[in-house]
Design a protein around this ligand. Structure first.
Ligand SMILES: [Zn+2]
Length: 322
């Protein structure tokens, strides 16, 4: 005999495996950050495109790549056909050939070649692409859209750029636990369980039980993407971080009025308070014990899916205790 969850188990294990092995979730060291920053600044100096857009596009691509990219500073990658130009089947990389075949490849290190394997060349090509329509935020959005043709990708890169610009660094390693640990709370791994209300859905998060009014905090650096009522989630707030991860906080009692959509938050910022809102029209509350529903969704550049926050909550709890 089997139960209905056992059917999903292999899929869950695959997703969990991917998340744990994913390079974007391991932190680069300080030296790597400084070297990367130097490359961004150098390209900014030549092309006048603000460094944080280059850094954000690079970070976005680092997040969607499956292979370990730790050996290269710059994760930016381009389709070889686009890079060398359609018709340049031999991938002739001399500047004159690449421009003759209308490739987007560029020579960033001044060696006469637009080499797809060279990170300065890739960064220079990215800067050229980003600044093709001007360097205001709207101009950059147009350039990003032309290159990626996907709304979520454009939004994510612009968000990452805002965070880098705000903090003036790419080294953003702090984390916090989503409920104030000075209050009583408890949680178990409940992601993937079946749920009653709203039909045949799995539970896309971890429930952290705590009293009404317990402060709810941002766990990462991010941009507030959503704030308001939802039939299931009640008063909820959504934050997208620099790792292509969307953090969803549900069933709040109320919000911190200072936090608005589009705002930048950092770990520890108060977002609202624990409640029991949801499962009905706006204002419905008290249908279940108060808790924070914490969901995490990853975007791989093609689609977005829910994964288990429990291991991350455990890790952030340890960090917050220190
Ligand atoms: Zn929940």
């Amino acid at each position: 005999m089997y139960n209905r969850y056992s059917l999903f188990l292999p899929i869950y294990m695959m997703i969990i495996g991917f998340v744990f092995l994913h390079p974007s979730l391991t932190f680069a060291n300080e030296n790597e950050h400084q070297e990367r920053m130097a490359l961004y600044k150098k390209t900014e100096a030549i092309l006048s495109v603000p460094w944080y857009y280059l850094a954000a596009m690079d970070q976005y691509e680092r997040n969607i790549q499956k292979e370990d990219t730790d050996d290269t500073q710059i994760a930016l990658h381009f389709d070889p056909i686009l890079w060398y130009g359609p018709g340049n089947h031999l991938h002739l990389k001399e500047n004159s050939f690449v421009s003759m075949f209308q490739g987007i490849g560029m020579d960033g290190n001044g060696d006469g070649n637009a080499d797809l394997q060279n990170e300065e060349d890739r960064l220079y090509a990215a800067g050229t692409l980003l600044s093709a329509n001007g360097i205001s935020e709207d101009d950059i959005k147009i350039s990003l859209w032309k290159h990626y043709q996907r709304d979520l990708t454009v939004k994510t890169i612009i968000n990452i750029a805002k965070i880098y610009e705000h903090f003036q660094t790419i080294e953003l390693n702090n984390r916090d636990f989503p409920v104030d640990m000075n209050y009583n709370y408890s949680y178990n791994s409940t992601w993937g369980h079946g749920r009653g209300f709203g039909g045949n859905r799995i539970h896309e998060g971890t429930d952290i039980f705590a009293d009404y009014g317990t402060p709810v905090k941002a766990t990462t650096y991010g941009v507030v993407e959503l704030k308001g009522w939802n039939l299931y989630g009640g008063w909820r707030i959504g934050i997208r971080d620099i790792y292509n991860i969307y953090h969803y906080y549900g069933h709040l009692n109320g919000y911190n009025d200072d936090v608005k959509v589009g705002d930048i938050v950092q770990p520890g910022d108060i977002l609202g308070a624990v409640g029991s809102s949801g499962y009905g029209p706006p204002g419905t509350a008290g249908k279940f014990p108060p808790h924070l529903h914490y969901g995490m969704y990853r975007d791989n550049g093609k689609q977005e899916w829910s994964f288990d926050p429990f291991p991350y909550l455990k890790k952030w709890e340890r960090i917050a205790k220190d």
